[in-house]
Each structure stands twice: as C-alpha cells, then as structure tokens.
Design a protein around this ligand. Structure first.
Ligand code: PGA
Length: 247
C-alpha cells in the first residue's frame, strides 16, 4: 500500500458551520471505512479564522490542520499578517507557501516565499512549497526552467534535513477542470523529487475521477486539492478511488 498525502486547500471558502459539518462527515466516513486511515496523511487548510475550530474538530479524527499562508516576520508591527508561531499555537502542522494565487494575485516573489518558508521552519511548521508554470511558460517550453528556479529559490538556506513538502501545481490546471496528464505531472514531479528528496504532491483539478491515475505515478505522493476538498464526500471519494485502484 502506497503512503499518500491528501491535502485540502479550502482557499477563501467555508464557514464555522461547514467546518463542523466536514468534521462530522469525516468521522462518519472513518467509522464506515476505518481502513482508509492507513498510510494516508490528511491535512485541511482552512482560512485563518477557521483554524481553531478545525483543529478542535479534526485533530481528534487524525486529520491535521494547516494554514494557507504565513508572515515572513515574527510577531510585531505588521498589520494584517499572521506569524507562524501563532499558527503553531492555533494547532497547525503545515503551511502552504507560494501558492500560485499568492504569487500571481498578490505578487509574491520566490524570495518572499523563501523567507516565509524559513520562518515556518523556525516555528516547527512544515512548509508546503508550491511551484508551477503558467500556460504561457508551458507553451514556450519553459516548464522545467520555471520549476527549477522556483524550487531552488524556494528552498534556499533550508537547514539540512528540514521537513517540508513540495506541491507541483501547474497554474493552467488550477480551478480550470483541466488537470495535467498523469504522464506530464509525473515528469515534473520526478524532476522535483530527484532534486530535493521530499514528498511531492500534484495539484490542479484533482477530482475523484482522475486521482487514481495521478496518485499511482511513482513520483507523485498525493494531492493538494482545492475545489474537490470543499465537500467531504468528494474529498474522501478521491481517497476511496485511489485505494480501489491499488487492489
Ligand atoms: P483545484 O485547486 O483543485 O481547485 O484546481 C488546487 C489548488 O489551488 O491548490
């Protein structure tokens, strides 16, 4: 049985009620299918304000909680920011850094992403470093160069043996319904894995119907799932379909 990471990025969605509901449905799912816990690391990334409620409800089910972003600074006069130490205290285990929506909508550079990742590591959090090329870069044959550069800059000065995860998320596949082919995703994930030797996730339109093929690729250790993580039923269907494909 392959160990897989099932990470759900809620983005700016859900509320208190939906968080509690998701927990209740997760509990019911694991009661019905206790085997599904084996070799699966689940982490849900809610908006900041839902983290304490998520931690309260999910942790006891064996589901970890993460944040979608963190400050590159420690506590202090940084209006609107949230320090990794606060996220740790609120119950987070992981933090997404460099998501393409942060890079492209909010102009985050690889240098800033690196600072955030280092700051998370210093607080004992596991950064989930996102990398991915745009459609324009892909069409220009620049995928490998873009990924290598984002990766190299993203992990700069990481201490030897640092615990982190990389998520390959082609920008053109995020929220578009158009996932990368399993072969294309595998090619890029292998390149990442060969260079950093940490778990590598694929993200971008992962859904119950394509997860089995993607996650069975040798260099893909699981998924960072956006849209299909909002409903517990879809999210766990992804896991069920993958496990069924293993038999
Ligand atoms: P998607 O988002 O699954 O909705 O494409 C993935 C992500 O942005 O992490």
């Amino acid at each position: 049985m392959k160990k897989i990471f099932l990470f759900g990025n809620w983005k700016m969605n859900q509320n208190l009620h939906a968080t509690k509901n998701f927990a209740a449905e997760s509990a019911a799912f694991f009661l019905e299918q206790p085997d599904m816990k084996a070799e699966t690391e689940i982490c849900i990334f809610p908006p900041f304000v839902l983290i304490p409620e998520a931690a309260k409800n999910f942790t006891k089910l064996g589901i970890n909680v993460g944040a979608q972003n963190a400050s590159d600074h420690g506590e202090g006069a940084y209006t609107g920011e949230v320090a990794p130490s606060m996220l740790k205290e609120a119950g987070c285990r992981c933090v997404i850094v460099g998501h393409s929506e942060r890079r492209h909508i909010y102009g985050e550079t690889s240098e800033l992403v690196n600072k955030k990742a280092l700051n998370c590591l210093a607080s004992g959090l596991i950064p989930v470093l996102c990398v991915g090329e745009t459609l324009k870069e892909r069409d220009a044959g620049q995928t490998i160069d873009v990924i290598s550069s984002q990766l190299q800059k993203g992990v700069k000065d990481f201490p030897v043996g640092a615990a982190y995860i990389v998520a390959y998320e082609p920008v053109w596949a995020i929220g578009t319904g158009r996932a990368a082919s399993a072969q294309d995703a595998e090619k890029v994930c292998r390149l990442i894995k060969d260079s950093v030797h940490v778990p590598v996730l694929y993200g971008g339109s992962v859904k119950p119907s394509n997860a089995a093929e993607l996650f069975s690729q040798p260099s893909i250790d699981g998924g960072l799932i956006g849209g299909a993580s909002l409903k517990a039923r879809d999210f766990f269907e992804i896991l069920k379909n993958f496990r069924a494909s293993e038999i």
